[in-house]
Design a protein around this ligand. Structure first.
Ligand code: FAD
Length: 479
């Protein structure tokens, strides 16, 4: 059933009420446009419900109050160093130049900054200057500010919000100009017209099929369940081209989710080497080591992880190492003291224990001969005080005192790297590199590769999503 009426004619339609869509719709409406904000989910927020919500900006009031000297130029140089020049220079320049205003906008609305911010965050390749900010409740702190601002904007401006309303098609005229969208509302197909259509639908970390097609890799996901790649499908259906091929990077690892195969809990993971020196070794399914475990760069390890079978590895350690892994930031598995690890061994999916390495390998699904041989070789390196194979220098003790443990880790997808190609004005481009008039894309739908390249650069997804949303919304209000 089709229902076309004046009631469904807007200046701007924003598809996706998440990190990028919320500021875009709010700024467009506050600037005087008649705006429709749509989300397929019954609630707004998208990834803001699960994200760490780290943001990065230089030259803010908060930095000045703490005596931190910084500038957009230094931020940009740091982004280029961390991404090794693999991000889109035009887009990261826009982020670096406008991120401070995003942070000020939040501060002016009583954003509850975590008191220790801005700080340098070491989970990935760190910035040189303290410029990462987050809220006391991570992404939810950002969402709460936007919920209040959205309510105020709906009351005072021409902003309509439809939730539980998935967009199924982009409408175009005979010249190829985007003229609106088809949306399912209460079971009916409704056609909405607008002079600007903004895709802010997020990534595809919850779409195993599209993920396999684009990355050719198995998907273990910690992305929001709403990240189903709809924007990529919608855009490609009107000829949009993708960017970001080859930039995919998983995060280092996480334990399998006991309830949902194919998903992982981002916080349920081993302690990283950047957090504590490793007493364990990492082996693949052949029982072979594949990286220098004490490599400090988590990005280097993530790049190595992409190359091993099934992107799965096991941390192998003995009871003597486990006994020493006690206290905050020193555990083998985040939040689990030695007795808790012993207790979950063989009851929790992916955590195994055995009195011999051979039996351990059989339980875990690792090649037994490979594991036994690798541990023997590793122990000989410990005795010699040198690891000629990988150059590991932290060799505290042999893996010799049973019981032995194996904890399975799989590369986790938090964000997805390919997405719709846009120009620096956020207009979607087609296969020929020409702009599709009336069609815009912001947020993870443009691919994490656009602003992070082949790396994880602190805050360089949340900040671009919020900043591009604010800039585009403001621009579309007056266009
Ligand atoms: C666990 C986790 C931690 C992270 N931590 C950080 C961090 O600390 N710093 C950082 O920079 N980045 C981080 N990220 C990434 C960052 O949070 C996301 O890239 C960003 O929030 C995505 O914003 P978005 O607006 O593109 O998508 P979302 O916020 O996911 O919004 C998309 C919205 O579109 C809706 N939608 C989808 N399809 C349709 C459709 N067909 N019709 C209508 N609506 C639709 C969805 O329901 C959703 O509400 C993290 C991600 C995860 C998963």
């Amino acid at each position: 059933m089709s229902d076309i009426s004046r009631e469904h004619d807007f200046d701007v339609v924003v598809v996706g009420a998440g990190t990028a869509g919320l500021p875009c719709a709010i700024h467009a409406a506050q600037g005087g446009a008649k705006v429709l904000l749509l989300d397929k989910d019954p609630k707004i927020g998208g990834t803001l419900h699960v994200t760490g919500g780290h943001m990065a900006a230089a030259g803010t009031r908060r930095q000045a109050e703490r005596g931190i000297e910084d500038s957009a130029e230094l931020h940009l140089a740091d982004i280029q160093r961390i991404t090794q020049g693999t991000a889109r220079e035009d887009l990261v320049t826009v982020v670096a130049q406008n991120a401070a205003a995003t942070i000020e906008w939040l501060q002016d609305r009583d954003f509850p900054f975590a008191p220790e911010t801005p700080r340098i965050v070491y989970g990935h390749e760190p910035y040189e200057i303290a410029r990462t900010y987050y809220g006391k409740d991570e992404g939810v702190s950002i969402l709460e500010v936007f919920q209040a601002e959205l309510d105020r904007t709906v009351a005072e401006h021409d902003l309509t919000v439809w939730t539980a309303s998935p967009v199924t098609e982009i409408l175009q005229d005979s010249e190829g100009v985007a003229t609106g969208v088809s949306v399912l509302r209460g079971g009916d197909e409704v056609e909405v017209t607008a002079r600007a259509v903004v895709l802010a639908t997020g990534g595809y970390g919850a779409d195993a099929e599209l993920f396999q097609e684009l990355e050719g890799a198995p998907l273990v996901s910690a992305a929001a369940r709403t990240s189903t790649g709809d924007g990529l499908h919608l855009g490609m259906a009107v000829g949009a081209r993708l960017q970001g091929a080859g930039t995919y990077l998983p995060t280092f690892g996480g334990l399998p989710d006991p309830q949902s195969p194919g998903r992982a809990n981002w916080n349920d993971r081993q302690r990283l080497t950047s957090e504590r020196p490793p007493r364990e070794i990492y082996v693949d399914m052949d029982g072979k080591r594949w990286v220098r475990e004490d490599e400090e760069s988590i990005d280097e390890k993530e790049r190595a992880l992409v190359g091993i079978p099934d992107q799965t590895f096991w941390t192998i350690f003995d009871d003597a190492a486990l006994a020493l892994s006690t206290g905050t930031m020193n555990e083998m598995i985040v939040g689990l003291e030695p007795d808790a690890v012993r207790a979950v061994a063989d009851t929790r999916v992916g955590v195994h224990s055995a009195s011999s390495l051979d039996e351990l390998a059989r339980k875990a699904g690792i090649d037994p001969a490979g594991l036994v041989s690798t541990v023997e070789t590793y122990n000989s390196y410990v005795a010699a005080g040198e690891d000629p194979e990988f150059g590991r220098t932290y060799l505290p003790a042999p893996i010799a005192q049973g019981p032995f443990y194996a904890v399975r880790n799989h590369a986790i997808t938090l964000v997805t790297f390919q997405g719709l190609d846009i120009d620096a004005e956020f207009q979607v481009r087609d296969e020929a590199g020409e702009v599709i008039p009336g069609l815009y894309a912001i947020g993870e739908v443009i691919g994490a590769g656009a602003t992070c390249g082949n790396s994880f650069c602190s805050g360089m997804l949340t900040t671009p999503a919020l900043t591009f949303g604010r800039l585009l919304g403001t621009r579309l209000a007056t266009a």
